[in-house]
Design a protein around this ligand. Sequence first.
Ligand SMILES: [Zn+2]
Length: 314
Amino acid sequence: MGHAVGASLPLPWGTCMKPSEPAVQNALTVDVEDYYQVSALAPYVPRSAWGGMPSRVEANVDRLLQMFEEHAAKATFFTLGCVAERHPEMVRRIVAQGHELASHGFAHLRATEQSPAEFAADIGRARKLLEDVSGVTVKGYRAPSFSIGASNLWAFDAIREQGYTYSSSVYPVRHDHYGMPDAPRFPYEAVPGLTEIPMSTVRLGGRNLPAGGGGFFRLLPYAVSRAAMRRINRHDARPAMFYMHPWEIDPGQPRIAGVDPKSRFRHYVNLRHTERKLRQLLRDFRWNRIDCVLLQRWAADAGAMIPAQLAQER
Ligand SMILES: [Zn+2]
């Protein structure tokens, strides 16, 4: 079970230690992008307008860092290269607080809308920039909008060739914008040397249902998300992975004009309540970085690690 996961990866012993108690730890992940960079809003905010939009990402990330510290949670921050370029001090604060820095690509383009050469250039540029800004090694990459699926499996080769050791880009569900419903539900070797860590799902009635955050977390009652995470921890005996965006705790974000009703609903639903739900989630489960929870060879057995002081790594 899980023998192939991370088998070829060096174990970051300086980063993670064996736990003093055997409670399951889950992976907490944040896709670091501003409210106007979301894929669903792309038709309404041209990239040429990004530079002139009032930015909220740094203030929202700082609020998340504060909340995570209050709840002794560590996380993986999949950060856009173009955001890191504008907010380098924010990137260094993420690392200084013991979180894992990972890549969300440079320009927030879906893998499905780029050629292999364009995709490789975007994710290579992002990794180099993030490492230059932070001084730490970047191991992980997450494609915008979970845009790796059956039609573009070549992307895994590109991700490995650009120096990453894991991807978290596949959502094994059916959805109108993304998804690969037949993909494995738990970490697997996508190509030699690259582990894919899929978004969390629960399997009910022969179908995979999304269980890892995003719009579902905001739309449905909190108890649904809690039950799903518990089912993964108990029934599947695995760590779960949760994902969110900084703008999801920001009800004061400027509204984008002219957005179609479906995208408007998905982006703005229940923003006022997300912080309260998130705090509950932070209390109800134990949270850690992807590289400490899901990348270790023995993570499936131990289910938990705690980050050491990262002084050596810095
Ligand atoms: Zn994104």
